[in-house]
Design a binder for this molecule. Structure first.
Ligand SMILES: N[C@@H](CCC(=O)N[C@@H](CS)C(=O)NCC(=O)O)C(=O)O
Length: 301
């Protein structure tokens, strides 16, 4: 039986009011950017580079899905997938600039503009961007209806499931100002359940949709592949004992060796080793000359 007496609540004595009101600061670490309203907060145009595809993003798992896809397309010879990747610093509120909101009214990275269509086409939501690019270049989305449907099954699974890992487990384990056992238990259980879903599936399948590497793998790897390899929230892989999901670990390691995936993961990255940070990408040669370690060396010379 649960005892909902106010003294058992956290903070003790808290009773939810009849109507919730926003107290600035109740977003914890994200208090400066989280608020209960949408729309532009500043007037700011977005830059536009020389390539057909203009990406506005940051190397979070949702951003990495798209840069992995773009690098995979280029590696597969789709030269029309050349892109400029502009850095959107979500901690500074860049996603609330008027130009960004025109591309994504939801104010979240990643957001893409395709300037190769008669009128520029906006694409937002990482899953929608992956499908858009797969259809545009006829790549990484099987044509056979059964395999295509299986790809979509897992892509939609990822889009619906990862918020429990990111907004749920990751938030309460890594970001919340205090550790709340109830919240961590609830979301750790769900994160492990999802890892088990993947593990059982990958026991009989090389890739998420079967024998072919698809956009479903690209969507799932940055969230669950990294968690399996303990490259997600600090120590989260150990906390969730993800090494026990052997099939996920096998799949995650296989994908981690793909040069295009490695490149995709460092575009718009602003943390970690300097050699793994390419803040903006405007040309394939930027990987050799414009990572933060190279910029630091050039500044010293
Ligand atoms: N469902 C969206 C989620 C995108 C998302 O949550 N983006 C986060 C970074 S991973 C963001 O831009 N957050 C900024 C904010 O909440 O203001 C997608 O997959 O594109």
């Amino acid at each position: 039986m649960t005892d909902k007496s106010p003294e058992n609540n956290f903070p003790a004595g808290y009773v939810p009011p009849e109507v919730w009101t926003w107290e600035q600061g109740n977003g914890g670490q994200f208090a400066s950017i989280n608020r209960p309203t949408a729309g532009a907060q500043t007037t700011k145009e977005l830059p536009v580079g020389k390539h057909p595809l203009q990406l506005y993003s940051l190397a979070t798992p949702n951003g990495q899905k798209v840069t992995i896809m773009l690098e995979e397309l280029l590696a597969a010879g789709h030269t029309g997938a050349e892109y400029d990747a502009w850095l959107i610093k979500i901690g500074d509120g860049d996603q609330f600039g008027s130009g960004f909101v025109e591309v994504n009214p939801n104010s979240k990275i990643p957001a893409l503009m395709d300037h190769s269509t008669p009128e520029p086409t906006r694409v937002f939501e990482s899953g929608s961007i992956l499908v858009y690019l797969a259809e545009k270049f006829d790549a990484f989305l099987p044509k056979d209806l059964k395999a295509r449907t299986e790809t979509m099954n897992w892509l939609f699974w990822q889009m619906g499931s990862a918020p429990f890992v990111g907004g749920g487990f990751g938030h309460f384990y890594a970001y919340a100002p205090i550790h709340i056992k109830y919240a961590i238990d609830r979301y750790a259980m769900e994160a492990k359940r999802q890892m088990d879903v993947l593990d059982r599936h990958l026991a009989d399948n090389q890739f998420m949709a079967g024998k072919d590497y698809t956009i479903a793998d690209m969507a799932i790897w940055p969230w669950y592949g990294k968690l399996a390899l303990n490259q997600s929230y600090p120590n989260a892989g150990i906390f969730l004992d993800t090494k026990t999901y052997k099939n996920v670990v096998r799949w995650a390691n296989e994908l981690a060796e793909r040069p295009a995936l490695i490149r995709g993961c460092i575009v718009n990255r602003t943390s970690g080793e300097l050699s793994g940070q390419l803040h903006e990408r405007h040309d394939a040669s930027d990987f050799d000359t414009k990572t933060q370690d190279k910029i630091a060396q050039q500044a010293k010379a």
